[in-house]
Design a protein around this ligand. Structure first.
Ligand SMILES: *Cc1c(COP(=O)(O)O)cnc(C)c1O
Length: 394
């Protein structure tokens, strides 16, 4: 690859997203990596370490993205791409030994929580869920006075969809003291906003589907670690469980990554403007956005994030004629520019009432609407919200 890890470490991440993962600079080589469509590779005799061998073990199309992600997260080893964020979750959870204890946020990504709950129901592991923003509560689950210490701490910060902020430094220190591995799902922040390895995490997880690919046209996941023994175990899991990335998706993700810095800059700025305005709107009962000085996670977010992300959550007020949940549904339907759809992190602004999903935890309020701010003009986004909020008066 033409950008070395040492050189990348001296550059701003805004530059690394553009420069990383390009082919060697030799005369007449393409400036972008090719898509390699091959299920197998020429070879005779025994395979040695680093040989590709077969399409489930390796594909050269993965390498540029895996290297770029490592450089962005400040990792010492290439990342690992997966078929989806959930395939990456599955691989990460395989690090919990049989019967081991997993501590996970109550408000984790619903799919991660569902997978952990199923594994626990089958007796494969013991699941302890906890409010990840409550550092003391997490500590007591990691090393209870009268119970087994944890094998793994799962961190999401900000949480989905409650936008709680975990004290990542304090939690990773406590987890390591208890002998647990720490996995941080960094999907909401991206490495441009938060670098969990530098805060002490052992493994970083991404749903590449979201900000990294950024155009809502790819489903992909990734893991990153600087620990050779963990990476070897994860790679082995990927090979034998087969949750590998398609080459076309990997190529699209790298293409999407090129504009990540610009997209994040714009969407974070717009989210801050919208949060400010929504926070004082009479139809909005409450708002969560770590960028607001009044938000309970604000100080913590400031200490470990560069910016505050571009997801915000509002709870709609009910009135004499309808409940807050009905008002939320009506708001979503009245929008003309915001897209009523799940997911987040794309160029387009997305909005949904979370409890429309039957699997959403009941601890998520039924009038809560999650908004993923895209890169459209912020005044257009606001005008659309304003007209839809006004329509609630009719
Ligand atoms: C979407 C998401 C996932 C799952 O990723 P997929 O690509 O949908 O499989 C995991 N964690 C978070 C925080 C997510 O938003």
């Amino acid at each position: 690859m033409s950008l070395s890890r040492e050189h990348a470490a001296d550059l701003s991440p805004d530059t690394v997203v553009v420069a990383a993962g390009r082919p060697e600079r030799s005369h007449d080589q393409p400036v972008n990596p090719p898509i390699v469509l091959s299920s197998t590779y020429f070879g005779t005799g025994a395979l040695s370490d680093g040989d590709r061998g077969y399409g489930r073990y390796a594909n050269p199309t993965w390498d540029p993205f895996e290297e770029a992600l490592a450089q962005l997260e400040g990792a010492e080893l290439p990342g690992l791409l997966y078929a989806s964020g959930l395939a990456a979750v599955s691989s990460a959870l395989s690090l919990v030994r049989a019967g081991g204890v997993l501590v996970m946020p109550t408000h984790s990504y619903a799919g991660s929580l569902a997978m952990a709950t199923e594994l626990a129901a089958k007796g494969n592991l013991e699941l302890r869920t906890v409010d990840i923003a409550d550092t003391d509560a997490v500590k007591s689950q990691l090393a209870p006075a009268d119970g087994k210490p944890a094998d793994m701490l799962w961190i999401e910060s900000p949480t989905n969809p409650m936008l709680g902020i975990a004290d990542v430094r304090a939690l990773t220190a406590a987890a390591h003291e208890a002998g647990a591995i720490v996995v941080t799902d960094n999907t909401f922040s991206t490495p441009l906003v938060q670098q969990p390895l530098s805060l002490g995490s052992d493994v970083v997880l991404h749903s590449v589907t979201k900000y990294l690919a950024g155009h809502s046209d790819v489903v992909l996941g990734a893991l990153v670690t600087s620990k050779p023994e963990l990476r070897a175990e994860l790679l082995h899991h990927r090979i034998i469980h087969g949750g590998i990335a398609g080459p076309f998706e990997a190529w699209l993700a790298l293409r999407g990554l090129r504009t990540l810095a610009l997209r994040i800059e714009r969407s974070q700025a717009s989210a801050a403007v919208l949060a400010e305005r929504l926070g004082t709107h009479p139809r909005v009962e409450s708002i969560r956005f770590p960028g607001l000085p009044t938000d309970p996670g604000h100080e913590r977010a400031k200490s470990q994030m560069k910016g505050f992300g571009s997801i915000l959550c509002i709870q709609l007020a009910g009135d004499g004629t309808r409940s807050g949940a009905d008002a939320a549904d009506q708001l979503v339907r009245a929008l003309r520019l915001w897209l009523p759809a799940t997911s987040l992190g794309g160029v387009e602004s997305l909005i949904e009432r979370r409890r429309r999903h039957t699997g959403e935890p009941l601890s998520v309020p039924d009038n809560l609407v999650r908004m993923s701010v895209g890169i459209e003009n912020v005044e257009d986004l606001w005008a659309d919200l304003e007209q839809a909020l006004k329509a609630l008066d009719r």
